[in-house]
Design a protein around this ligand. Structure first.
Ligand code: YXS
Length: 264
């Protein structure tokens, strides 16, 4: 089986730290179903081994941390592209529900759904090369409700609107200034800085940390949305993923040309 991940298990036992390295460079670590399946299996193995912290990263010096959802796997048959069982949704829930902290160590560009994956992690430590782009508007995709909640919990609503409406990358320096990431660390200190934080966390009480992580997950997900409000949003999202613009966005990506959105 092609492996997209390098699970640095040696480190894993030494200090209860698990490291997952995205390793599918030819597709820029796009979060395909196969890659996500490996990631989730690795998280499960680490939970069984009772690791106390996980570092999620790309290969050193990566120009692209992850290019986001695998566009080739976005459905064109009228199904919701980001429904409950979509691999990206599974991965975000796996990170949020994982019983110990997940640190995203970021170098290079983070695109689309990968931006949500990074922001769903508990701590984000980035190199100056890191950029973050929220891209649904670039492809004509209707992002889903819990995904927007992840973004809303990561930065001021005005920043999220700018990132969502422009789909332009935000640099690591600005991201740190806005509090969207925890630390901006020079490329050559990134690994040592991340490792040090991982060791500090691994030396603290795993039970106390586990309950605080779950408390914060429940509290930040506690959004007062009525059933009617949810249904209205789902109806609006359906109009988008049934639209010509949704198909045009994906087709333009595949044909490597700028999309021409008609608003229909
Ligand atoms: O042409 P080949 O076969 O070599 O394949 C190319 C790209 O097609 C492929 N690739 C992807 N395939 C599927 N899904 C992707 N997201 C994806 N990104 C890239 O990888 C090969 C190398 O890509 P290339 O030549 O463009 O690399 P580059 O180094 O020149 O540029 C790297 C990027 C990341 C700037 C560029 O690949 C790019 O802009 N990728 C798409 C980023 C993006 O818009 N991601 C959003 C995906 S959709 C998503 O996450 C959510 C559904 S949403 O949109 O709602 O947020």
């Amino acid at each position: 089986m092609t492996s997209y991940l390098i699970m640095a298990d040696a480190k894993w036992y030494e200090a209860s730290i698990g490291t997952l390295t995205l390793n599918n460079p030819h597709k820029r670590n796009a979060l395909s179903e196969a890659l996500v399946r490996e990631l989730i299996a690795s998280f499960e193995a680490m939970q069984a081994a009772e690791v106390r912290v996980v570092v999620l990263r790309a290969a050193s010096g990566a120009k692209v941390w992850s290019a986001g959802h695998d566009v080739d796997e976005l459905p064109l048959d009228g199904r919701d592209p980001l429904g409950w069982d979509d691999p990206l949704r599974h991965l975000v829930r796996t990170i949020e529900n994982f019983p110990c902290p997940v640190i995203a160590m970021v170098e290079g560009g983070v695109w689309g759904g990968a931006c949500e994956v990074v922001l769903a992690c508990d701590v984000v430590i980035a190199a100056p090369s890191a950029t973050f782009a929220v891209t649904p508007a670039r492809l004509g995709v209707p992002y889903n409700v819990s995904g927007m909640n992840t973004f809303m919990n990561a930065a001021n609503i005005r920043i999220i609107k700018e990132m969502a409406f422009t789909a332009q990358p935000v640099g690591a320096e600005r991201a740190e200034r806005m509090g969207m990431i925890n630390h901006l660390v020079g490329g050559d200190e990134l690994l040592a800085f991340t490792d040090n934080m991982a060791r500090v966390i691994a030396g603290n009480s795993p039970l106390s940390i586990r309950v605080m992580k779950e408390q914060l997950r429940v509290l930040t997900g506690a959004n007062p949305m009525t059933p009617r409000g949810f249904e209205r949003i789902q109806g609006l999202r359906r109009i988008v993923y049934d639209s010509a613009d949704y198909r045009e966005g994906i087709l333009a990506f595949k044909e490597k040309r700028p999309p021409k959105f008609s608003g229909r």
